[in-house]
Design a protein around this ligand. Structure first.
Ligand code: PSU
Ligand code: MN
Length: 303
């Protein structure tokens, strides 16, 4: 076990008994949603995973320790602190650990810490990807590189069209990351069920997801895989409404010269503000939906 890692007693017990465990990220708590909805959602996601027969392990960096499994108080702390907590991607872990600092983990760092702890499945909302205009900005999320090198299954609702979804898929193809549609042939676009881009494979059961992940391990691949699970129809947003909000957020981002690691949090926060509470409700529902599928898949993986 890594000397910087703390696995909570509940998660450690589940892992040692061979029970299914699902990892969860914390950037979505500190940077992805406003307080107190972020804390309520994080706790509800954990409960949803327990109800589906798995143990949740919310991941963060606290006081320089890599944590797999947070207490209620730690989740409350990260939610209240919000954007005062550093957003921690791969490059940030060494300094946070050395300084004894706190960090909200992105998809990339959640994968790293989950893998260190022996957790194979991770549920979230949306992943980072290739940003629009990346051909000049070179803004490509470290999440994609992590999917290429860390053997964790990430269950998400696709990616928001704040990104260039076509280029994101090309990048994942180059890096050999399987992109699976759950019950769909089309990549979902987070708030909406369709993006116009195809996925590599359509899969219709948690059992088959588990079997593909198992085969990937048996083939000795080092990377992970991406499962894209469309938002339930009843919570999907109107495409025209969400597209307009995203276009406005992108132009404000450009006008204000926002760049680097601030880009994604800026765009996410503006989209929520521009669409009122609607997009937040959709966001919460799709995360719960992904948590359920990840838990069911973790259960199958243990069979
Ligand atoms: N996209 C979303 N919701 C999120 C994020 C992205 O729809 O919460 C967060 C995740 O933590 C993701 C990170 O890993 O943003 C990506 O940031 P960047 O693009 O700076 O790599
Ligand atoms: Mn970036």
């Amino acid at each position: 076990m890594n000397k910087h890692l703390d696995v909570s007693p509940r998660v450690a017990a589940a892992l040692s008994e061979g029970k299914p465990v699902v990892a969860l990220e914390s950037t979505i708590i500190s940077h992805g949603m406003p307080y107190p909805k972020n804390v309520e959602t994080a706790l509800l996601v954990e409960q949803t995973i327990r109800e589906a027969g798995a143990e949740p392990a919310t991941i963060a960096v606290i006081g320089g320790r890599l944590k797999a499994g947070l207490s209620r108080e730690e989740i409350e702390y990260l939610g209240k602190a919000g954007r005062n907590v550093a957003k921690a991607s791969r490059r940030d872990l060494p300094a946070l650990v050395a300084r004894g600092a706190d960090g909200a983990t992105t998809v990339a760092t959640t994968m790293i810490i989950a893998h260190m702890a022996g957790i194979r499945i991770f549920a979230t909302g949306g992943i980072g990807g290739v940003h629009r205009g990346a051909e000049t900005s070179m803004d490509i999320s470290a999440d994609l590189e992590e999917l290429a090198q860390t053997p964790v299954m990430v269950v998400c609702a696709g990616a928001k069209s704040i990104l260039d979804l076509g280029l994101t898929l090309e990048y994942l193809e180059t890096k050999g990351v399987p992109v699976i549609g759950y019950g769909t042939e089309e990549l979902p676009a987070f708030y909406t069920r369709k993006s116009g881009f195809g996925v590599d494979y359509r899969v219709d059961s948690p059992r088959e997801l588990a079997s593909i992940f198992r085969a990937q391990r048996e083939l000795d691949y080092r990377g992970g895989m991406l499962v894209t699970n469309p938002i339930p129809e009843e919570y999907a947003m109107d495409k025209a409404v969400i597209d307009a909000a995203i276009e406005q957020a992108l132009s404000e981002c450009k006008a204000q010269g926002v760049h680097g690691k601030e880009t994604t949090p800026f765009l996410l926060a503006r989209v929520v503000e521009l669409t009122g509470g609607d997009s937040l409700d959709s966001n919460i529902q799709l995360v719960l939906n992904n948590a359920r599928l990840a838990a069911q898949t973790a259960v199958e993986l243990r069979q």
